[in-house]
Ligand binder design. Sequence first.
Ligand code: PEP
Ligand code: MG
Length: 325
Amino acid sequence: EKQKLAHVVNLPSMSTDGKTITFSANISSIKEMDIALACGAQGVGLFRTEFLYMDRKYFPQEEEQFEIYRTVAEKMQGAPLVVRTLDIGGDKQLDYFQLAEENNPFLGYRAIRISLARPDLFKTQLRAILRASFFGPVKIMYPLITSLEEVRAANRILDEVKQELMEQQIPFDTSIPVGVMIEVPAAVMLADFLAEEVDFFSIGTNDLLQFTLAVDRMNEQIAHLYEPFHPALLRMIKITVEAAKRANIPVSVCGELAGHPWALPIWLALDVDSLSMSAHSILPVKNRLLYTSQQESKAIMEQMLACRTSEEIKAILSSFQVVID
Ligand code: PEP
Ligand code: MG
């Protein structure tokens, strides 16, 4: 299978009728970066930085973070690197940072909420990311955004950090793009407003599905309800992509659904710019793209949007699967 797809690495990632989609990798370490490059990733669409903070005894200092971000940025050789700021809490805990027990950790003290409550930690990370931006096209992405206030508060802290770096004459990309994860229904409903204040969107389908369906993504008892082809999620995605398009900002998808073999017609129909997924999904999905038409995808998207159940949507997608020789 792997060998069969090897030739796909060097082909342009284009549909049969010429729509290009950029394939990026989700990574959480330098090691995964090497695998991503081998799989033909054209960038890193999601660097989950929380793994830098896990399995250790204290918070990583600026220098240590900077070295890692810079190494990844340099390995990219000019391809973009999206660094997501710390997304701990929820299912991800740190031994040295005791968070209170919570009844609903996924709805709790996590992600951007911690960064805004602990500007000391946030600033250290932002400094490290900004410094790395001197070594390649780095972008910053905030997780779990639910309001414009959060974006503005985070950007105020970012501006302070930029100011400090400037005063210290430490070089960085002064126009570093700043984007947000769209992974909470509130962000979808505000997507048109958010799009005016950020440089890009990345749809996190894992959390967006969890919150849209009120299905805990870690709870095995209800795992059968965690249905990515639910019509409500399809609508959420459509609203988000259309808001980005209207505001003329790029939109990508970085949740698990991006790499799902059936989902490609959805991205093609909506004209999504890029997909970010685990490295091993890149070539299989890219190979599908080579055999799929955007125009046909748009036609079946019309049918899917009229579906009232996930079973109907899945029936359409499964019968649409292109034959790959
Ligand atoms: C998501 O929520 O879809 C996502 C990509 O982030 P994570 O899985 O790290 O929460
Ligand atoms: Mg998430």
